[in-house]
Write a protein that binds this ligand. Structure first.
Ligand code: LCS
Length: 393
């Protein structure tokens, strides 16, 4: 069946899926490291790319391939590359596109290690970097140098929930021959399609919304065009941060319920954001669905929904935030996000701890910022949980 013509919810279930010789309804787990050849010529043809046969799981595997095809269709890309983790996707992109002397312009509020690995490691190989507030297109423009090769955007950003105008950023980058990669982890393709807005690459930590059940770590890269896809795949195959078949199977299972999970999560998120905005002990809150969010209008045009991630500060700063985190009972104090269970964490001391104090201030990762990933529990229970915890602050 040509799944390309199906609607998004049908694609979630059917894109990339196939039936094996036993007509299994779900994609089986091909838990094998290697695949046999019919004869020596067949082996040579597979290596030469003249036969479709599988060779070795780092290079390709039917279960992983099913997931890659599924996500490539969801993101409207040419092809996808599964990786061992979201950071495996990030570093594969960096390795493929940043040579010695190249320059990257990146959002300053991005997942901490995506920034840390450039500042601490890629710099050792002569890669130059500028971290700017990509919500402000002028800041991106000012940072561009003749050797800028990659514009790296995360929107909504982790953990500030800042939003970048993907279309405007891509127009600017392309005028300067710069490739644009967008981290779509906070939205998933259900809420935002960066390739349709002009990006060259979109990638995810599958660990979050796409899998949705906090039981695997994984990543994926989707390229809009064949040439870039091949370059990224070659890098992944050579570097080795490949996905595992069992991991791919679990993501294929999780992805089927993506839209129903996110519908419920963002419904809860909107109500909780309104509740927190009106709470006397809450100093500030950032959620794209609130009129008070500085890029609310942009969010309305770029995103299909406002997502399930919110950040807020409690009056009394870090100590008050700690009190809140120590007193919630239903929300779990843990890093990661996007699963069916509600999680709460403190980025300045946890996920973004490695960014310098100065870098954190510039990026808006304040000490009082508490990040809250909304799950699919009953809204009343989540509100009551926050209410009793805030009462103790
Ligand atoms: N991109 C974003 C936006 C992320 O939030 C994360 C992980 C990654 C990439 C990296 O993916 P991973 O390798 O973990 O699959 N974010 C985390 C977080 O906020 N808390 O714990 C992990």
């Amino acid at each position: 069946m040509d799944t390309k013509k199906l609607g998004f919810n049908s694609k979630l279930i059917h894109a990339g899926a196939y039936h094996d010789e036993f007509m299994s309804v779900t994609v089986p787990i091909y838990q094998t490291s290697t695949f046999s050849f019919n004869n020596a010529q067949h082996g040579a043809d597979c290596f030469a790319g003249e036969s479709d046969g599988y060779i070795y799981t780092r290079i390709g595997n039917p279960t992983i391939n099913a997931l890659e095809k599924n996500i490539a269709e969801l993101e409207n890309g040419f092809g996808a590359i599964g990786t061992a983790s979201g950071m495996g996707a990030v570093t594969t992109i960096y390795m493929a596109l940043l040579e010695q002397g190249a320059h990257i312009v990146s959002g300053d509020a991005v997942y901490g290690p995506a920034r840390g690995v450039i500042e601490s490691h890629f710099s050792r190989f002569g890669v130059e970097y500028s971290y700017v507030n990509t919500s402000n297109i002028e800041e991106i423009e000012k940072a561009i140098r003749p050797n800028t090769k990659l514009l790296y955007i995360e929107t909504p950003a982790n953990p500030t929930i800042g939003i970048t105008d993907i279309k405007a950023a891509c127009e600017l980058a392309h005028k300067n021959n710069i490739i644009v990669a967008v981290d779509n982890t906070f939205c998933s393709p259900y809420l935002q399609k960066p390739l349709d807005l002009g990006a060259d690459i979109v990638f995810h930590s599958l660990t979050k919304f796409l899998n949705g059940h906090a039981d695997i770590v994984g990543g994926v890269i989707v390229a809009k065009e064949e040439q870039l896809y091949k370059k990224l795949r070659t890098m992944m195959v050579n570097m080795g941060p490949n996905m595992d078949p069992h991991q791919a199977f679990l993501v294929l299972r999780g992805i089927k319920t993506l839209s129903v999970r996110i519908d419920r999560q963002q419904e809860n998120a909107m109500e909780l954001a309104r509740y927190l905005e009106n709470h006397p002990k809450v100093e500030w809150i950032k959620y794209p669905g609130l009129e008070s969010h500085p890029q609310h209008e942009l969010a309305k045009t770029q995103m299909k929904g406002f997502g399930a991630m919110l950040s807020f500060g409690v009056k009394g700063g870090y100590e008050a935030g700690r009190k809140l985190m120590d007193n919630v009972k239903l929300a779990t104090l843990a890093v990661s996000l996007g699963g069916v269970e509600t999680l709460i964490q403190h980025p300045a001391s946890m996920t973004h701890a490695k960014i310098s104090a100065e870098g954190k201030i510039k990026a808006g990762i304040t000490d009082d910022l508490v990040r809250y990933s909304v799950g699919i529990e009953d809204l009343e229970d989540l509100r009551n949980d926050l209410e009793q915890a805030l009462a103790k602050v």
